[in-house]
Design a protein around this ligand. Sequence first.
Ligand code: PRP
Ligand code: ADE
Length: 189
Amino acid sequence: MSRSAVHQQSAGGVRGRLRAAYRTRQDRGDRWGSADLTGWWRDAELLRDLGPALAGLYDESPTVVVGPVSRGAMIGALTAAALGVGFVEARKEIAQATDSDRWVCRTTGPDYRDRNLVFGFRRGLLRSGDRVLMVDDWADTGATARTVRQLVEDCGAHFIGAACIVDGLLDPRLRHDLPVRALLDVRTL
Ligand SMILES: O=P(O)(O)OC[C@H]1O[C@H](OP(=O)(O)OP(=O)(O)O)[C@H](O)[C@@H]1O
Ligand SMILES: Nc1ncnc2[nH]cnc12
């Protein structure tokens, strides 16, 4: 059985527990409400099991994990620890320390809140031979995942794909094209 097939079996329990701990916060008259993910991080067993479950979404072994701040960085670090590889934050504030401190930066297309955000990290954190797994909690427009993919490719590294907790992709083609894999489909929450 492949690595992802083995992991997918054990991820079955994680999926059920994620659904049970998820809440939509909604006032009367509010059509959509907002997603409350805090229960996922508050549950010690879920927190322990999330990294291995996300790590198992792809068979290809990464050499490094990249996670966009803030929630992508938190669960990205859990996933990197489960895989035994290092972790790179994709930061929203570019904090170049000196003129010689080279960063790679890219601006997203409109994200789920219609923002164009600048993401980046120190150029030296990725090598051209790296195989990179991106981790995030949620994919919606895919703008964040697309931008991280560009940053990885700017470094000459290989983008394996995005491993997310929730697939809420508005454009289903991105699932294959980026690619994006997730533990939960938004319609099952
Ligand atoms: O597919 P997209 O439309 O790009 O949306 C996905 C991004 O949106 C959320 O981040 P958010 O900006 O809410 O940041 P946070 O993790 O700091 O809360 C989420 O963590 C993803 O990074
Ligand atoms: N609808 C949503 N709820 C919470 N986080 C998100 N990130 C992107 N879309 C989101």
